[in-house]
Each structure stands twice: as structure tokens, then as C-alpha cells.
Write a protein that binds this ligand. Structure first.
Ligand code: ARG
Length: 502
């Protein structure tokens, strides 16, 4: 009796209601402002393609488990293929997220008799997080490839500049001479770790939460391993509550991206300084600079400034996500929806920045004469002079350090620009210690300074060349692995879309 009454109510409500397929059984229409407030449609285009794939994998598994018939499966996948081809913009506007929009379109196209089976054994909670993981893993693969390309560009530039002498800095004060090749290789290594963080994150992201349903799984006999494999995942996020509630992969991704952006913003900052008139070390290509609307002579490093700023935005995305996740009760809460736009924006900012960095580093012009000229300024050979005193006279290093410090302080010698006269004067000052003029000449020759620094990781040309060689192999190996991941994901996607006839 109760059952009969219920059927009548549902039937009549279906006849009467015009608002969304989820609410119409239970609720009247949502307030317009509230609808916009809780909608995720602004970000959902990012997830559209993945949601179609998830739907196809889900219904295919339902057929394999005899939960839906073969005919229904064929109808559903063909209709999903059509919806995919019509594109995101053709989806019904009223639905508050992409999942409801696709289901609505499906029911509109093939009727509730078939379309109404799409969501059996499933919730938007496991559906959305599956889509996000799929979207993110693609972003991570692309970001890894971009970082690897940037690393290659830096390696090439380092190789061209293994003997480009320049001043190295500590505290932004001239410290010791080095080479541009060595300096750039430092960025390569930082990027290598950034790239590893991104690829580590890929493996934690590439686990499938589908089948967890709302949070407590389902009584339908789903085969979770089957959907996971069909969607190209490397296993499951097994625990059904954890599966829908966790967004730590987003924290991972934004953490890795923030770290990358810190490296890129340091590079941006140095290039901004180096392209100023004061430094004059490099000139950026026109294609990456802007001029002023009032000062016609200006060549501004706008792209680098934007990169420096975007690092702040990515850190902002990370902090936003951490703050949203903090203290959320289990399991799903709509707060989790608010994570997605920050994740998407953070990934977009990082990828765009990496691509801009590639373009800038490919086209930058190095002013080798200026770098060479500045490499002796600020008494950059002082450490080597102190080391030479130790080697020749066997006084303790601290004594030699004090001696050379006093020499720098006295200002008698024009040590900010070591010329022949200055070298002679230093030679005379130190001759009483037993240093020959040749000892002093060698110590004050910045090229020789660099060549002496041949310990592992140092700037001596041979050592830098050795490092470049081993890094080229490392790069090839890494690129091969990331490309393999990319191919596997593409294959899973093609196989799924083929079922639907797309
Ligand atoms: N659009 C949502 C999200 O991005 C998924 C929907 C879950 N909504 C819900 N009320 N359970 O997380």
C-alpha cells in the first residue's frame, strides 16, 4: 500500500516537475543566487572529457556485471559519445555541475528508461574525485614534460657557456668568479628535483576512487578493479570513505608546483636584475618583452615579472586548498568542491610559467664581455689569494684571511678592478711573506681561480662538462619514462572512446 502511494507520488512529480533531475523527487527549485553559489560549472569544463570517460567505463562495467543489459549498454555509450562530440557548451545550463548536466542530457536524449541507469551504484562524490584525478594526472604529465624541456634548454645554454666567466654572488655582493655554465646548471639541478616531485605526485594521483559511491560503497556487485584499469589507473584508492574524502593529491600537486614556481621565480628575479642597465649581463628577446606607453625607449621584462607574480598565485592556491581541507569532518562535504578551481588554476599557472621560461631561455642573449669585465670587480679573487698564502707560507687559513681582509680594507689597491698595477701592488705587499709575483698573478687571475675549483660539483670547465654529460643521460631516461606514462593514458582513453563510437 505504502509502495503504491509512493509510486503515484513519484510518477506525478515526474510529470509535473521541470527542474533538475536530482532535486525533483525531493525538493522544489533552488533559489537563483543559491544555485549560482553552489554551482561548480565555472570549473567543470576541465572535467567534462573525463566525466564522459568515467561514465563509459562505469556503464561498461555495469554490463559486464550483468547489472544492465547489453542493449542498454550500447544505447548509453552511443549517447555518451554524442554528448561528448556536442561538447561542454551544448550541455543543459541549469544543472549545477557537469555530472548532473551529462546525466540530464543523457535522459533527454535516450529517455529515463536507459539514461536513468547511468548513476546506479555511483555517487557524484566518487565520480567527481575520479574525474579530478584523471584531469590532474594529465596536467602532471604535461608539466613534467615542460620541466624536462626547460632543463634541456638550460643544459644547452650551460654547454655554450662552460667558459663564460662571470661574478658569482652571495648576499647579492660579488663573491667569487664562476661561469655562467655552472650557474645555469644549478637551476637545472633544482628543476630536476622539482620534476621528481611532480612525477612522484603522479603516482599518488593515479589511483582510482570510483566505486566508493557516496562514501560507504554500494550493494551492487561493482567490479572496481575493472573500471580502474579501463580508466588507465594504477590501482585503487581502496577505502571507500578515504576515496571520496581525500584531496591530499591536490596538496601534493600544488606543493610540487609551488616548489617549481619558487625555482622559476628565482630565475625570473635574476634575469630581471641581469637585464637592467646596472647589470647588463643579458638581453631578453623582443618577443618576451614589452615597452612603455609613455617612455619610448623602454624594454620591460613583463613576462618575467608575471612569472615572479604567478609564483605568488600558485602558493596562494596551495594555501587556499590547505585552509579548505583543514578540519573537515569525514566524509564528503561540498567544501571539497572549492578545492578544484584552485587546483586547476595552480596547475595552469605553473605550466604556463614553465612554457614561458622555455621561450625566454631559448632566446636570451648573453653579454659575455660584460660578464667577463664584471667578474674581477669587488675583489672576487680574494679567497684564492688567501688560499695561495696558505699553500705557499703554511700560515693558518684564518691568518691569511685576515691579511687579505686588511688588504681589501686598506683600499690602497684598486681591488674593485684588478689591473696590472693593482696586481703588482698586491705582489709587493705580500712579497715579505714569501709570495712570488707569479703566485700573486695566478691567484688574482679569475680564469685560473675557476679552473682550480675542480672538486666534484665545482665550476671548473671539465667538471661542468662532466656534469652536463651525465645530466643529458638522466634527462633522456626521465623523458622516456614520462612519455611512456603519457602513451599509456592516451591508449586507455582511445580504447574507451572507441567503445562509444567516437
Ligand atoms: N560538483 C561536486 C564537486 O565538485 C560534486 C557533487 C557532489 N555534491 C554533493 N552534494 N554530494 O565536488
Amino acid at each position: 500500500m505504502i509502495g503504491a502511494k509512493l509510486i503515484i507520488t513519484v510518477d506525478s512529480s515526474l510529470g509535473l516537475m521541470t527542474h533538475d533531475i536530482i532535486r525533483r523527487g525531493r525538493l522544489s527549485a533552488l533559489d537563483d543566487l543559491a544555485a549560482r553559489f553552489i554551482s561548480s560549472r565555472a570549473t567543470d569544463e576541465w572535467l567534462f572529457r573525463y566525466d564522459i570517460l568515467v561514465d563509459i567505463a562505469h556503464v561498461t562495467m555495469l554490463k559486464q556485471q550483468s547489472i544492465i543489459t547489453q542493449t542498454r549498454h550500447e544505447t548509453l555509450v552511443a549517447a555518451l559519445g554524442l554528448i561528448y562530440m556536442r561538447g561542454y557548451s551544448a550541455l543543459p545550463r541549469k544543472a549545477d555541475d557537469v555530472h548532473v548536466a551529462i546525466e540530464t542530457a543523457l535522459i533527454d536524449d535516450v529517455g529515463s528508461e536507459h539514461g536513468g541507469w547511468l548513476h546506479v551504484g555511483r555517487s557524484r562524490n566518487d565520480e567527481v574525485v575520479t574525474c579530478i584525478r584523471m584531469a590532474l594526472r594529465d596536467e602532471l604529465v604535461l608539466l613534467s614534460l615542460d620541466i624536462l624541456t626547460l632543463q634541456e634548454v638550460l643544459l644547452d645554454l650551460a654547454e655554450e657557456n662552460v667558459d663564460t666567466i662571470m661574478p658569482g654572488f652571495t648576499h647579492l655582493q660579488h663573491a667569487q668568479a664562476t661561469t655562467l655554465g655552472h650557474h645555469l646548471l644549478g637551476y637545472y639541478d633544482a628543476l630536476e628535483r622539482d620534476c621528481s616531485r611532480v612525477t612522484d605526485c603522479f603516482w599518488r594521483t593515479n589511483k582510482c576512487p570510483l566505486g566508493a559511491a557516496a562514501f560507504a560503497s554500494t550493494g551492487f556487485p561493482l567490479d572496481r578493479d575493472l573500471t580502474a584499469a579501463a580508466l588507465g589507473f594504477d590501482g585503487l584508492i581502496e577505502h571507500s570513505m578515504d576515496a571520496v574524502s581525500s584531496r591530499d593529491f591536490a596538496v601534493d600537486a600544488l606543493g610540487a608546483s609551488s616548489s617549481l614556481m619558487l625555482t622559476l621565480s628565482r630565475l625570473a628575479e635574476e634575469l630581471i636584475l641581469w637585464s637592467s642597465t646596472e647589470f647588463g649581463y643579458v638581453e631578453l628577446d623582443d618577443t618576451f618583452t614589452s615597452t612603455s606607453s609613455i617612455m619610448p625607449q623602454k624594454k620591460n621584462p613583463d613576462t618575467l615579472e608575471m612569472m615572479r607574480a604567478r609564483s605568488g598565485s600558485v602558493i596562494g592556491s596551495l594555501v587556499a586548498v590547505l585552509s579548505i581541507l583543514k578540519a573537515l569532518p569525514y566524509s564528503y562535504n561540498l567544501d571539497l568542491q572549492e578545492v578544484t578551481p584552485h587546483l586547476r588554476q595552480g596547475m595552469r599557472n605553473s605550466t604556463e610559467s614553465a612554457r614561458i621560461a622555455i621561450g625566454i631561455m631559448r632566446t636570451v642573449t648573453i653579454n659575455k664581455e660584460r660578464l667577463a669585465d664584471m667578474s674581477t670587480r669587488g675583489f672576487t679573487a680574494a679567497t684564492e689569494l688567501a688560499d695561495t698564502i696558505v699553500r705557499v707560507t703554511h700560515v693558518p687559513f684564518r691568518t691569511a684571511h685576515n691579511l687579505v681582509g686588511a688588504l681589501a680594507r686598506s683600499g690602497d689597491h684598486n681591488l674593485s678592478a684588478i689591473d696590472d698595477i693593482a696586481i703588482k701592488q698586491v705582489g709587493q705587499s705580500l712579497s715579505s711573506l714569501g709570495l712570488s709575483q707569479k703566485d700573486v698573478n695566478d691567484a688574482l687571475d679569475v680564469h685560473k681561480n675557476v679552473e682550480k675549483r675542480s672538486v666534484k660539483g665545482g665550476p671548473a670547465m671539465q667538471e661542468v662538462q662532466r656534469m652536463i654529460k651525465s645530466r643529458r643521460q638522466q634527462l633522456q631516461h626521465k623523458r622516456r619514462n614520462v612519455r611512456k606514462q603519457k602513451k599509456a593514458l592516451e591508449k586507455a582513453e582511445m580504447d574507451l572512446l572507441r567503445i562509444s563510437g567516437v
